[in-house]
Design a protein around this ligand. Structure first.
Ligand code: NAD
Length: 265
């Protein structure tokens, strides 16, 4: 798909990976509608910054209040893109939350919250966009799953289950709608610098200062990753742009890891 002049929705794009996706789609020529939890002041301020970065690249941007776990919000997000920007071609279901706890520590309400945002939210975002994309017989959907959706580790079972669900849902939807001209894929990032992960690092090592945790993140990545640098939100954005442009890629779960975990000897 040629992205110049196309219109994209990115959920959870106020900050982090979503912002990196929004800016890379804008760099490739898309106008971007950001769906996020704007009722939270800090998120609303972050969303303004994403809008400013997209506009600085010469594209239109709009931030819309959307809780992806609410069907009506997802429908309204799609309607905003069509009514205010005149169409919809690219949908990125990126919004997600994390919960770190053993199974024994995980409360049922934590399990439900993570599954509701990460899995149900992905389904609701795609479902809202599908009638428009299939009717025009053109569209690219990219869901942001995780490397945790391909191989499980301990200590975050709801997150892992939610991302396995996102990968399975992606493949199932891809099989359903390819005949209608809509391609569906997902990206599976490893550890990417964002509020989610740097905040987690700060908690683990007991740092109050997020700036110090961010510096530590850089140093650890320089030592640990084969490419010698951290995976950044824009790296995930480039993978999304690639999947939107690559006409024959359907139903894949693309790991984007910077080589993390590869044996180096
Ligand atoms: N950072 C990583 O290392 C990493 C790795 C693999 C996958 N991911 C996935 O990438 C996505 C983005 O993660 P991130 O690291 O940028 O996280 P983040 O916490 O920095 O940003 C998440 C964004 O999603 C929004 N959001 C949360 N719940 C929402 C809801 N119900 N409705 C709408 N928006 C909501 C938040 O307000 C925020 O803007 C998530 O799906 C995450 O699971 C992240």
């Amino acid at each position: 798909m040629e992205l110049e002049g196309k219109i994209a929705i990115v959920t959870g794009a106020a900050r982090g990976i979503g912002r990196g996706i929004a800016t890379e789609l804008a760099r490739a020529g898309c106008d971007v509608v950001i769906g996020d939890l704007l009722q939270i002041d800090e998120i609303a301020a972050d969303a303004k910054e994403t809008v400013a970065r997209v506009e600085a690249l010469g594209r239109r941007a709009l931030a819309v209040q959307c809780d992806v776990s609410e069907p009506a919000d997802c429908d309204a997000l799609v309607a905003s893109a069509i009514e205010q920007f005149g169409g919809l071609h690219v949908v990125v279901a990126n919004a997600g939350v994390m919960n770190i706890a053993t199974v024994a520590e995980t409360r049922p309400e934590d399990w439900e919250r993570v599954l509701r945002v990460n899995s149900t939210g992905t389904f609701l975002t795609c479902r809202a966009a599908l009638p428009h994309l299939t009717a025009q017989r053109e569209g690219s959907i990219v869901n942001i799953a995780s490397i945790a959706g391909l191989r499980a580790g301990g200590g975050r079972s709801p997150y892992t289950a939610s991302k396995f669900a996102a990968v399975g849902f992606t493949q199932s939807l891809a099989a359903e709608v390819a005949k209608d001209g809509v391609r569906v894929n997902c990206v599976c990032p490893s550890s990417v610098r964002s509020q989610m992960t740097v905040g987690e690092l700060a908690d683990v090592v007991g740092l109050d200062d997020l700036g110090a945790a961010d510096e530590m993140w850089t140093k650890v990545a320089e030592k640990r990753l084969p490419l010698g640098r951290s995976v950044e939100p824009e790296d995930i954005g480039q993978a999304v742009v690639f999947l939107c442009q690559a006409e024959m890629i359907v139903g894949v779960a693309l790991p984007v890891t910077g080589g993390e975990g590869l044996p180096t000897k």
